[in-house]
Design a binder for this molecule. Structure first.
Ligand SMILES: Cc1ncc(COP(=O)(O)O)c(C=O)c1O
Length: 463
């Protein structure tokens, strides 16, 4: 009568529940029909009594069946007309069209390698948190983020990035989009125009624009954001990626950093330092943060778990300058933290057990190898047709072509036909007018053995 499949991802009790329910709805099992006993059905289906009992309990709870003491379970009366019109429709299980696009060589810059994700350690941290902290799930968590997580972050940032702060300056966020939205609200009324890097990450541009700020694009050179251009504008807020400029990969030298800090000291100017992938530096020592050079200045430091841990987790943080704390508390006192308590507590476990720093070391070695293979393959297959800029860190490099592409979007489409995913470089510019001679090649999500072949395929598309 019923069929249970052990290989199905749906639990057995649920399979049985669904099959009995469908027969009741269709009228195959008529009203007041007596169902076999739990024991008899378990024997007939060669399954456990728990499975049948679980299904019966759910059917009872939803009113499909009822029990009579010492008589067993019976089918409830259900109006067939109403039942057929409210028949449960199973969700369409087709893959989202974007996900269905499969690329053999995925050069998207925001991909991590699933192999390096510490799944079993993370699972243990989650489970331990559910076991020991379950009592805390019945209430809201701390608005600014769990104190324990902020203490661990403070310790980590001090040692690895030279960031000087106290845990009460740290705000746990669900990514840059949320933290910049908070910053935009803190800046409203005092600032009107935000300077951003051009080329640069699209998100700050969009968040500040959507919050009513004027956007001033600033060109980027080998020393990072062009300070002369910045000084010639009326912008009083600047968003920058000084330790690994997104996308060009340049590092802002210390002299420029000091000059930028000095710029910020006139009036109430504000620097937003996005240190998004500082953990992944393959050559030389990690560069210390701008915040560390002037911890009592007007610098908002942004960090994320998206580049070395998981972008899907939505876990990031920012360090506010002390001067903004009163305003932050005034505006956001009644707001709730956007990161689930479970994720925060599990991350506390992960950090306190030493897994975080171990994971960073492992990831750095892992991606360093991919980075080396990228450079070797480019040397081999491109020769003089291109040179690499912005290497030595992060999860992408920039290929500067000797000859510009005529039509970048057509090129990206041709690459797609060959199984290559490329992000158009023009997307990093405020206006899509670019020299057309750069390709951004992410290597985080590429399988190491596919890199040479992917680069070779790409080289064949360049004449
Ligand atoms: C410059 C920059 N900052 C930050 C992020 C990550 O932000 P989030 O913490 O929202 O994942 C990215 C992701 O690609 C980025 O390119």
């Amino acid at each position: 009568m019923f069929n249970l499949n052990n290989k199905d991802a749906t639990p057995l009790y649920r399979q049985l529940f669904l099959q009995i329910r469908d027969q009741i709805i269709s009228g195959e099992l008529p009203a007041h029909f007596k169902l076999p006993s739990i024991r008899a059905m378990a024997v007939e289906l060669a399954t456990s009594r728990n499975t049948v009992e679980g299904a019966f309990q759910e059917l009872c709870a939803e009113g499909y069946i009822y029990s009579k003491s010492r008589s067993g379970y019976f089918v409830s009366y259900i109006d067939q007309e109403l039942a057929s019109s409210s028949r449960v429709i199973h969700p369409q299980q087709d893959l989202h069209p974007k996900l269905a696009e499969r690329y053999k060589y995925d050069f998207h810059p925001a991909r991590l390698d699933p192999e390096v994700f510490p799944a079993s350690l993370w699972r243990r941290c989650l489970i331990d948190c559910l076991r020991s902290d379950a009592g805390d799930f019945s209430q809201y968590s701390e608005p600014q983020g769990e104190w324990g997580l902020r203490c661990n972050l403070q310790f980590y940032l001090e040692r690895s990035r030279g960031v000087h702060c106290t845990p009460d300056q740290i705000v746990v966020c669900s990514g840059l989009q949320q933290s910049l939205t908070i910053v935009a609200q803190l800046a409203r009324g005092r600032h009107e125009s935000v300077a951003i890097e051009n080329p640069g990450y699209h998100l700050p541009r969009e968040v500040f624009h959507n919050n009513g700020f004027n956007i001033t694009p600033i060109d980027v050179g080998i020393g990072g954001l062009n300070l002369s251009t910045l000084k010639s504008t009326s912008s009083t807020v600047v968003y920058i990626t000084p330790s690994h400029q997104m996308p060009l990969g340049y590092v802002m030298p210390v002299a420029n950093r000091l000059e930028l800090i000095s710029w910020s000291k006139t009036g109430e100017r504000l620097i937003i330092e996005d240190d998004y992938d500082s953990e992944l530096r393959y050559i030389g020592r990690p560069i210390s943060s701008l915040q560390g050079l002037c911890s009592d200045g007007n610098i908002i430091y942004q960090g994320t778990f998206s580049k070395v841990f998981s972008p899907a987790l939505r876990l990031s943080y920012m360090v506010l300058p002390k001067s903004l704390l009163n305003d932050y508390h005034r505006l956001f006192q009644g707001h709730f933290c956007q990161v689930p308590l479970l994720i925060q507590r599990a991350m506390i476990n992960f950090m306190e057990r030493g897994h975080w720093e171990q994971h960073i070391r492992r990831s750095r070695n892992f991606y360093k190898k991919k980075h080396e293979i990228m450079l070797q393959s480019i040397g081999e297959y491109f020769g003089r047709k291109a040179k690499v800029i912005g290497q030595g860190a992060g999860l992408h490099i920039i290929l500067e072509l000797a000859e510009s592409l005529n039509d970048e979007l057509a090129f990206v489409e041709r690459a797609k036909q060959k199984g290559l995913r490329l992000l158009p470089f023009s997307e990093f510019y405020v206006s899509s007018q670019t020299e057309g001679n750069k390709l951004m090649l992410g290597f985080g999500g590429m399988k190491i053995n596919d890199i040479p072949e992917g680069i070779e395929t790409l080289a064949t598309l360049i004449h």
